[in-house]
Ligand binder design. Structure first.
Ligand code: ZN
Length: 168
């Protein structure tokens, strides 16, 4: 009897472990997906971010939402200039790194030095490399290894997460 009980306990432990494991990957509200700011002065509460940002920009930067493809006016932006984080205004990309990827999202071959940080993301089960603003932790997009030479990287960015300012 005791053995049977032990078996049940063990089984429920395993089931709980599996549920926790699956929940970790599929639960959007786990909070584990969010990136912490590198700079503590940008450690704002959700309410403070909501006051600063429009609701659609908030969803991308703070909840890692992805905007619809071909929806951003920045797709066709070809002027020389700098792309800044829509959360904290840190400069993230130069127009010289922008290229036409055909994906429907603004794409860059490399970020400005030290401007973004990455983490692994399992939202689509297959691991992807998420990247975010190094200063405020705001989600920008995902980086893939099918970009143009010499970097071979494609930083696939949400247009809503960026503000473009042309070179003056
Ligand atoms: Zn930022």
């Amino acid at each position: 009897m005791q053995k049977f009980f032990l078996f049940l306990t063990r089984r429920s432990f395993i089931m709980k472990s599996i549920a926790a494991f699956v929940g970790f990957f599929i639960s959007p509200s786990s909070g584990l997906a969010r990136s912490n700011p590198d700079n503590s002065s940008w450690a704002l509460t959700n309410d403070e971010w909501k006051q600063r940002l429009s609701s659609e920009v908030y969803k991308v930067l703070r909840e890692e939402a992805t905007e619809a493809p071909f929806s951003s006016p920045l797709n066709n932006q070809k002027q020389e200039g700098i792309y800044y984080c829509a959360g904290c205004d840190l400069s993230l990309f130069s127009s010289s790194a922008k290229f036409e990827s055909g994906t429907g999202w603004p794409s860059f071959s490399e970020p400005l030095s030290g401007s973004v940080a990455t983490k692994l993301d399992f939202k689509l089960i297959i691991p992807r490399t998420e990247y975010h603003c190094h200063r405020c932790g705001g989600h920008q997009g995902h980086v893939f290894n099918d970009g143009p030479r010499p970097t071979g990287k494609r930083y696939c960015n949400n247009g809503l997460a960026l503000v473009f300012r042309p070179k003056t």
